[in-house]
Design a protein around this ligand. Structure first.
Ligand code: GLC
Length: 569
């Protein structure tokens, strides 16, 4: 690995970049003018609402959650009334159950394991490494991945430890400002790294951060999701601590605008969705997710809504707010209309005519009914539905993707009816989607000839393994949040109980293989940090559903489309 030599000028800008390298390195930037502690950090627990309303009732029905903020820039952020500032139950170590009964023994073990993954930079915790498994080749699992840090960050926020999240946000923000090059090609200014690591130089006794923007990653994949997760974390931090000074910093405002500029720019697009290359998200290998993958569209929507709550209404901010509002309207209409699949929609597609020209076309994308896969007819329950994997010209990827659907619920990209339908589908297809270990990253697996064509014969992504129909425990936190938001926590409880039978015994694998997730994944890392943190976050949210406010946004009724009647509603 060659190193990039960069000079950082006094104001933090970069000069003199020598680029024939695979990674960027950075000396620390002086954020000393920032207050060490959040100004309004209120560590008192506030339980001003009846928690049962969240557990027992879908959000749309909860009287506590329907109040509308006055400030137009915050109209879309409706969870203020249930916001609970971070807590410190059990101090900074293992939290104890607030109800007095003994927590599951796995919880304290999980906290210990999570703390072992902490990465320090010049004495401060700045993230958690992806996996602490010395038995396998490290590759880049010894790095802090932006997406992997999300559940860790939430666990720390929920436990009243916001400092590490703040440090992470600031450090990755500095990495964003680097000039990023792959060979001779320069990446967009706003790109956030996929991952970073701390380099120790024992001779000079210095520490340096090195980031990977995809230029070292296997397959040179672009981390499109990193910027979205970053904005999401900034809101989660702000929500959890009540401290808006971090988000209000000019550097953070600029970082957000740079991320947004990348995806709000106008061009040749005919759809409001974001066009991506394969491997641009959690599924970071070739898996046929190029085009308009649901994971990115849902995260894009989530990030836009989070940004609306964080952007200042100054001249620059205002311009972005206007663009975001327009995009959100178009995006929600597009997703709710064309990505949504239920029994009625499936039947309509099955009967589609093709080669329709003009504005009156019903089959707008010219999808050929013969391209409908056999499995989808059996998979579709009478009640239920989901956002399909991808929609483009003559293309519908009917696979179910967990992350995109859960995020769609949390961001209220899904209408309340669609959210209910997604949960109905999960319940009716429990064996397929949860099986023996929650949760399928996608369903079903692709095999044989299709696997050859779609993955390029990827031996890591053989059928029912890894990204190709593997089961990923990290997804538990997303399922749990979606369950709480739709008033169905019992579904999450069932899934968590399943995970508790094996996760710790199996040393917290990264993923499981097999049709029902019975086998520890072929190449799965053990002590995978987000498997550990995902479990903790799921447990903490079930115990205190007010944490949901950190990760979810209530429906914005102005974005309701004129939906066709559908079988799932
Ligand atoms: C794998 C996963 C990716 C994750 C990384 C680190 O590459 O596909 O989503 O970020 O491992 O855990």
């Amino acid at each position: 690995m060659s190193t990039l030599s960069v000079d950082v000028t006094q104001n933090g800008s970069i000069s003199n970049v020598d680029s024939s390298c695979s990674m960027a390195e950075i000396e620390e930037y002086d954020f000393s003018r920032l207050p060490d502690r959040p100004k309004n950090l209120n560590m008192e627990r506030q339980r001003s609402f009846d928690e049962r309303s969240l557990i027992d009732m879908p959000l749309g029905l909860s009287p506590h959650l329907s109040s509308r903020a006055e400030n137009p820039s915050r109209v879309i952020d409706q969870f203020d009334s249930i916001f609970t500032p971070g807590r410190m139950s059990g101090g900074f170590n293992t939290p104890r159950s607030q109800f007095g009964f003994e927590p599951h023994p796995m919880i304290s073990e999980a906290w210990d394991s999570l703390r072992r993954t902490l990465v320090y930079f010049r004495g401060q915790p700045v993230g958690t490494i992806a996996a602490l498994d010395s038995s396998e080749e490290k590759l880049n699992y010894d790095q802090v991945f932006v997406r992997d840090f999300v559940p860790s960050a939430l666990a720390f926020l929920m436990n009243g430890e916001p400092e590490i999240v703040k440090n992470f946000i600031l450090k990755t923000l500095r990495l964003q400002s680097w000039e990023k090059k792959i060979d001779r090609f320069q990446l967009g200014e706003g790109v956030m790294p996929a991952s970073f690591k701390v380099l120790h130089d024992p001779v000079r006794n210095t520490e340096t951060l090195m980031a990977d923007f995809g230029e070292s990653a296997i397959g040179r994949v672009a981390p499109v999701d990193s910027g979205f997760w970053w904005i999401f974390l900034l809101r989660a931090y702000t929500k959890s601590t009540g401290d808006s000074s971090l988000a209000e910093m000019p550097e953070c405002q600029k970082g957000m605008r740079l991320i947004l500029s990348l995806c709000l720019s106008e061009g040749f697009d005919t759809f409001p969705t974001l066009l991506c290359a394969d491997g641009c998200c959690m599924i970071d290998r070739r898996m046929g997710v190029y085009g308009y993958p649901i994971e990115i569209q849902a995260l894009f929507f989530l990030a836009l809504r989070c940004a609306l709550t964080l952007l200042k209404q100054d001249a620059e901010g205002k311009e972005f707010v206007d663009r975001i509002v327009k995009r959100l309207h178009a995006l929600s209409y597009h997703m709710r209309s064309y990505f949504w699949l239920d029994l009625k929609q499936l039947n309509d597609i099955y009967r589609y005519k093709t080669e329709e020209y003009s504005h009156t076309a019903v089959n707008k994308f010219n999808v050929i009914p013969d391209s409908l896969p056999e499995w989808v007819f059996d998979f579709m329950p009478t009640h239920g539905g989901y956002f399909i994997g991808n929609v483009g010209p003559s293309k519908m990827d009917f696979r179910w993707f967990c992350l995109g659907n859960c995020i769609a619920i949390l961001a209220s990209l899904a209408t309340p009816e669609q959210s209910t339908a997604i949960m109905d589908l999960i319940e009716s297809r429990w064996e397929e989607l949860v099986g023996e270990m929650p949760l399928k990253v996608c369903y079903p697996a692709i095999e044989s000839h299709e696997w050859r064509i779609v993955t390029g014969c990827d031996p890591k992504n053989t059928r029912w393994s890894y990204h190709n129909g593997g089961s990923w425990p990290v997804l538990l936190w997303l399922l749990t949040a979606a369950c709480i938001k739709t008033g169905r926590p019992q579904i999450a409880r069932r899934a968590i109980e399943l995970a508790e039978t094996r996760l710790s015994k199996d040393s917290w694998p990264e993923y499981y293989d097999g049709k029902v997730g019975r086998y520890i994944g072929k190449q799965a890392r053990k002590f995978q940090t987000w498997s550990i943190a995902g479990y903790l976050v799921a447990k903490m949210m079930l115990e205190d559903p007010s944490h949901l406010g950190m990760v979810a946004l209530e429906e914005d009724k102005q974005m309701r489309p004129a939906m066709k009647r559908s079988a799932s509603f």
